[in-house]
Design a protein around this ligand. Sequence first.
Ligand code: NDP
Length: 304
Amino acid sequence: MVPPAWAALGHATFASPAHDVLLHGKESYRPEEVDYFVGFRPPHGFLKKLTRLKLVISFGAGVEGFLTDPEFPKDIPLVRFTDPSLAYEMAQYVTMHALIIHRQQRAFDEFQKAPLWRQLMMPRATDQTHIGILGLGEIGGKIAERLALYGFQVSGWSKARKSFPGVKSFAGQNELKAFLNQCHIVAAVLPQTPETIDLVNRDFLAQLPQGAWFINVARGTLVVDDDLIAALDSGHLGGAVLDVFRTEPLPTEHPFWRHSKITVTPHVAGITDPRMALAYIGNCVRTFEAGEPLADIVDVTRGY
Ligand code: NDP
């Protein structure tokens, strides 16, 4: 379950008389002797076979790969990797694309091909470009704070109301429509849960103002693909930037690849750094063995 590139680092970090590191699929091991599991999307039913398991550590921030397993052992604590540098990378991605949209860089790229010297008026960030962040957690909160520093009007939507400087907070289903009505750019940073699957559908997109853009760095399951394409084709949406997809890698025949209003990237908005993750995992194991409280425990009932 650990990517091969991490193996050497993993052995170097953990090799001690007390801890062995085993690579699933590469080394033989006895399932009943495994204490800690580290991974991302194990096959359903796999963890149930590890009868001595004490702790599950996700090296990705999203944990739907564990919680969609009907046999996931819910009595065992699940911790998910969080790291400021991952949140900063995600903030870079969303900020970069928001700026490309806001500054109309795609138009200048086209003018250069002509070539054509043509100036365009910029919308004012302070009152003409409103950016909304769906999900104001570890990552969404950092994205919102940074966008506010550029002078954009920024709002966030979450379950509970939040307080970030310069960010207007909307909470719950009842406030989703009001949140969407004002967003010229909306970026999704929500976890995949039963409540968020298919959230971005025809009704959702219809609430956005004409010409709005949609950025998805959350999970592909949030989006009803055909509804997104219909909103782009009708001219209601200005464009979409998609980093995550229902099926990854995105199949070559998928219409997203060739749609003129869609930018596709291969799930790279934030990539877990093996060195940071291994330090984190070591710290989790030490904390757990010392009987101290673990940070970043997933609430398996709410699903994130
Ligand atoms: P957090 O758990 O810290 O934050 C999740 C946020 O979503 C919270 O603000 C939460 O609200 C909100 N939320 C969850 N469910 C709902 C709902 N039904 N309605 C309204 N708001 C909701 O997660 P992270 O910020 O660490 O990560 C978010 C997601 O980003 C991950 O789950 C993963 O899917 C994705 N991700 C993508 C990466 C990429 O490379 N593309 C890399 C890393 C993560 P509240 O705070 O009120 O509970």
